[in-house]
Design a protein around this ligand. Structure first.
Ligand code: HEC
Length: 111
């Protein structure tokens, strides 16, 4: 028990990533593809090349910018925030989930 607790305290950044991946796979993967590499089906549906989350265009954005896109949406990107009527309830992300989700998105760089 002590060992597990110590491990959790020593590795907060690591432990955030699996939660972020779950959130990503529930809320973002349909439009942004596995590991942020994009989806040709989604591109066709949205009639555009949806930005790849593993690209430097996205990875060069600040956490604040990405957080704002997730919670408020941007252009065609619908807000993913809990409580907004635009998204189906199972795809919504709560503000508490955003830090883990961002940690996961940062691991996608160059994938
Ligand atoms: C219903 C489809 C859909 C879902 C689900 C979705 N996105 Fe998007 N996303 C888009 C589209 C379409 C764009 C392109 C918007 C534009 O440029 O008009 C986009 C753009 C973005 C951008 C780039 C915005 C910019 O500054 O150009 C980021 C970052 C992003 N999405 C992150 C996410 C994350 C994180 C999730 C999961 C919480 C998510 N998206 C879920 C459709 C989606």
């Amino acid at each position: 028990m002590t060992i597990i607790a110590g491990f959790a305290i020593l590795t907060p950044a690591w432990s955030a990533v699996p939660d972020g991946k779950n959130t990503y796979d529930q809320s973002c993967i349909h439009c942004h593809g596995q590991s942020g590499t994009g989806s040709s089906v989604a591109d066709k549906f949205w009639k555009m090349r949806i930005p790849r989350l593993n690209s430097s265009y996205i990875q060069n954005k600040s956490d604040e910018e990405l957080k704002s896109v997730i919670l408020n949406g941007k252009r065609k990107m619908p807000p993913a925030m809990m409580g907004t009527p635009e998204t189906a309830h199972k795809t919504k992300v709560s503000a508490e989930q955003v830090p883990d989700l961002l940690a996961y998105i940062r691991t996608l760089k160059g994938k």
